[in-house]
Design a protein around this ligand. Sequence first.
Ligand SMILES: [Zn+2]
Length: 360
Amino acid sequence: MRTLIALIACSIVAATASAADPGITPSTKNSVPKPIESIRPHSPAAASGGSGAGAASASASASASASAPAKSGAPVRARAMSEREREEQAEADLSAKIAARLAIMRANQAARVAQQAKAKKAAVAAAAVAAAPKVYSNHWSYEGESGPANWGRINPEWAKCSTGNRQSPIDIRDGMKVDLEQITFDYKPSSFNVTDNGHTVQVMVSGGNFITVGNRMYELMQFHFHRPSEERINGKGYEMVVHLVHKDAEGHLAVLALLLERGKPQPTIQTVWNNLPLEKFDTVSPSIVLDPMDLIPARRDYYTFMGSLTTPPCTEGVLWLVMKEPVQASPAQMALFSRLYPLNARPVQPASGRIVKESN
Ligand SMILES: [Zn+2]
């Protein structure tokens, strides 16, 4: 722009210089055409006034006058032009450089913004993953993909099912025969309810039923059934087993196992069967009572060892008490349970050198 202004200024100066030529004066304007020298500058008056010859000569003089100032101003204009061109070129170069720099800056900025957006997106995704940990299945069963061999892989909280070395059940053998203290039972008629929890029939018993063993008092929480028996004794399995789950005040678990063999009907089991829910996951809460003591055999000798829950999460640190004398139940009672759960027993687990004690 500055160049343009300078150029315009130069043109004006040149034009002014031509107009101010001493040859053009008011006195000559209206006079008869003068020799070319005297009318060098073109003038409207000179061009319009006079004869044709005069007009011609005026025209000639006009063309002469057009080129006359150019003769004296040509080098200046050339210099101005080249200077202007250089300036324009420099300006164009500068503009191009600025444009190029701007383009690079914009590209860098766009890249930074994209990078930041990408990083933010990744951070948000990572936060989402951290905030919403993977949801694991809670489904397990006794067969197939969700069967006992895979329990430890289904849910990290069930890892002990695979990695534990005090898992239950076990094949009980080579017990150390010692004078085991008697288990003290403090059971009484209690209200109860019966649930089919999808894995077994479970009987919840109201509070106040205790066993005492090893100077600890455990309260009965619930009992449930497996078919066939989970425990084996010297390799021998039983048709069913009842597990009575107890907990002490500090949360330690003690499970009393009653092996079932075919024989006479068992009244307490019959009471439970009488109150079976019609649907899985339903609960029946009868108005009658049930005395868990009616399940306990007359002979109280037992095996004891440390083990685990026999279902996920396979928690260890469970005190096992397995009564040596089986409890009888009728074939009809056994058959009834087998219609609900023909197989709900975890296979035996390695004893891994754990100590088994048994009543002498
Ligand atoms: Zn059980």
